[in-house]
Write a protein that binds this ligand. Structure first.
Ligand code: GDP
Ligand code: MG
Length: 162
C-alpha cells in the first residue's frame, strides 16, 4: 500500500499543488488541472478551502524571515485555495517545471506561470520544491483518508513499466 504522502523515486511519488486565491478567482482551476492531467499525472487528492492566516504562515514557515512574508500570508489567506495531491514518476520536479519559475517574468511560455500570470506576488499556483517538502505539505493540508489510491488501465500507455 502506498503511504498517503507517496513513495518518492517511484511511479507513486506525490506532490502538493495549490491553486492560490488569484488563480481560483480568475477561473483558472480547470486550465491548471488540465495541464497536470494531460501530462499524465494522476489526481489523488483535491479540496477547496479558505486558509486562515495561521495556516498560510505555517505553510510558508521557511520564508518567515523574508521581507515579503506578511504580504504572502495575506495573499495566500485572501480567498479560496484549491489544494491537490498529484501522483506520478518525478512529479515533484516535473510539477515544478510545468509551473515555471517563481517570478512569472522569468517563466518560459508554455509553463503555467509563463502563460497565465505576470507578477511574483500574484503567481497563481504553489508546488512543493522537494520530496521532503511534499511530504510535509501533504501532511499539513490533508488527512490520510482524504488521499486516494487507485489504479487506472491507462497507466500502461503512460509508463513503459510500473
Ligand atoms: P515558489 O516555490 O516558486 O512558489 O517560490 P518561493 O517558495 O521562493 O516563494 C513562495 C511564494 O512567495 C512565491 O510563489 C511568491 O508568491 C512569493 N514570493 C517569492 N518571492 C517574492 C518576492 O520577491 N516578492 C513577493 N512579493 N513575493 C514573493
Ligand atoms: Mg516554494
Amino acid at each position: 500500500k502506498v503511504p498517503f504522502t507517496g513513495l518518492p523515486g517511484t511511479n507513486y511519488e506525490r506532490t502538493f499543488i495549490a491553486i492560490k486565491p488569484d488563480g481560483t478567482e480568475r477561473r483558472l482551476v480547470g486550465e491548471i488541472i488540465g495541464r497536470f492531467e494531460k501530462k499524465g499525472f494522476k489526481l489523488v487528492g483535491i479540496k477547496i478551502l479558505h486558509p486562515t492566516p495561521e495556516q498560510a504562515a505555517k505553510h510558508y514557515d521557511d520564508l518567515k524571515s523574508k521581507p515579503f512574508f506578511d504580504g504572502l500570508v495575506k495573499y495566500f489567506s485572501s480567498g479560496a485555495v484549491v489544494c491537490m495531491v498529484w501522483e506520478g514518476k518525478d512529479v515533484v520536479k516535473t510539477g515544478r517545471k510545468l509551473i515555471g519559475e517563481t517570478n512569472p517574468a522569468l517563466s518560459v511560455p508554455g509553463s503555467i506561470r509563463g502563460d497565465l500570470c505576470i507578477e511574483v506576488g500574484r503567481n497563481i499556483i504553489h508546488g512543493s520544491d522537494s520530496t521532503q517538502s511534499a511530504n510535509d505539505e501533504i501532511t499539513l493540508w490533508f488527512g490520510e483518508t482524504e488521499v486516494t489510491n487507485y489504479e487506472s488501465p491507462l497507466e500502461k500507455f503512460i509508463y513503459e513499466r510500473k
